[in-house]
Design a protein around this ligand. Structure first.
Ligand code: FNR
Length: 374
């Protein structure tokens, strides 16, 4: 179907399963162990319900009906402007789905005015992504710490000179999670990947994840943060925080933002859903959410999911798989469609909540329902 005919991100996933190659589908969809975290990522949003305000009543008279015809969805994230409170989460190997790979997401992000994280394991080079971005479009580089720190150093200096605006260090993937779907597919057609990708060193039939991650340092540690800060002036974002203590600790190291994330359920099974962790942060250290930028990613599939996270104090949310799936089906137009669907859903949700800007979203507009949804 034409991308305009799909109405939501779940439909895109269903279509992708039939269109993508076996290896691509297995790599993109695969998750750790029994997929508890993967399904909980989405399920956790269903335990938060809104408290929409339509009118202000005073002795039975309508005093003010919130005017919502003109609304703004803009938000600064990571110190950069964005037309929406969402960004494209870095994901490896978009060329498994489409020959233009990550460049499709870059072009779509530029057209819609949102940010994109480019994975350290992207199948397009950073040069390729930079070459298709708009002049004022901002890109973020996602880093996996290399066992050889001098290689990381060279890479950071390179992306800095290319104009990348921040370094997003991923810390939840010291080793690949046990992704059985990916392991079974074996990644045999990875060798057919276009040239830009040359990191395969420990494949051995263990799936794509193992084939691409050999250089990543399992010993990446907190002391790497000051080291990063010493070699670059770019803001450091820590992606993959999975408990309150580490959220507090990261800010003590002076990082500019953290992302509560479990890698879309691909790493530690039974790691908490980011929305659940965000709620815990909101309850135990609300000041942290006021003083610092906290993001979440994982399982975000609806505009309402985005709005719920913002109500609880998230600065914005990252979206992963929907871009991989849409890119695999339609390329650039698919990535664009994902953003447009979310834009429509976010705008409708704001209007129905009675807010005209994202700053008006507060914890009072949401309630936690401690049971499975009806
Ligand atoms: C990822 N993710 C990821 N994260 C990262 O920091 N570097 C990477 O290279 C990748 N690669 C990657 C590949 C694939 C196929 C997926 C699905 C995910 C994690 C990604 O940034 C994000 O955390 C999750 O995708 C968010 O969950 P959803 O939106 O996919 O549910």
């Amino acid at each position: 179907p034409h991308p305009s005919l799909v109405l939501n991100l779940n439909e895109i996933e269903e279509l992708a399963q039939n269109v993508l190659t076996k290896t691509a589908w297995a790599y993109y969809r695969s998750t750790a162990d029994d997929e508890n975290t993967y399904f909980e990522n989405t399920a956790s949003f269903k335990r938060f319900w809104f408290r929409p305000r339509v009118t202000l009543l005073n002795f039975g008279c309508v005093v003010s009906l919130n005017k919502i015809s003109r609304i703004s969805t803009t938000r600064s994230m990571f110190g950069l402007p964005s037309s929406l409170p969402i960004y494209i989460s870095p994901a490896a190997l978009m060329r498994l789905g489409h020959p233009d790979g990550e460049m499709n997401a870059t072009r779509a992000a530029g057209r819609e005015g949102i940010l994109q994280g480019i994975s350290n394991n992207a199948s397009c080079s950073t040069d390729e992504c930079v070459s298709v971005k708009l002049p004022r479009q901002d890109l973020i580089f996602q880093l996996y710490m290399n066992k050889d720190r001098s290689a990381s150093d060279v890479l950071i200096k390179k992306v800095e000179s290319q104009g990348f605006k921040a370094i997003m260090l991923t810390v939840d993937a010291a080793v690949p999670g046990k992704r059985e779907l990916d392991q079974r597919a074996k990644g045999d057609d990875l060798k057919d990947m276009p040239a830009a990708f040359g990191k395969s060193d420990t494949g051995g039939g263990l799936g794509v994840s193992h084939a691409i991650s050999g250089y990543q340092d399992p010993d990446v540690c907190w002391e790497d943060i000051p080291w990063l800060q010493s070699i670059t002036k770019l803001p450091i974002i820590i992606k993959g925080i999975q408990c309150v203590e580490d959220a507090e600790k990261a800010f003590r190291y002076g990082v500019s933002a953290i992302i509560l994330s479990n890698h879309g359920g691909r790493e530690m099974d039974f790691s908490p859903a980011p929305m659940t962790l965000l709620y815990e942060l909101h309850q135990t250290c609300p000041d942290l959410l006021v003083d610092h930028e906290v993001y979440i990613d994982g399982g975000v599939r609806r505009g309402t999911d985005v709005l719920k996270a913002l109500c609880l104090g998230a600065r914005g949310v990252g979206i992963g798989r929907p871009f991989l799936y849409a890119n695999g089906i339609w390329g650039e137009e698919g990535c664009l469609r994902v953003i447009q669907i979310l834009r429509e859903e976010i705008e409708t949700g704001m209007r129905l909540l009675g807010v005209t800007s994202l700053e008006q979203l507060t914890p009072k507009m949401i309630r936690y329902v401690d049971r499975d949804p009806p």
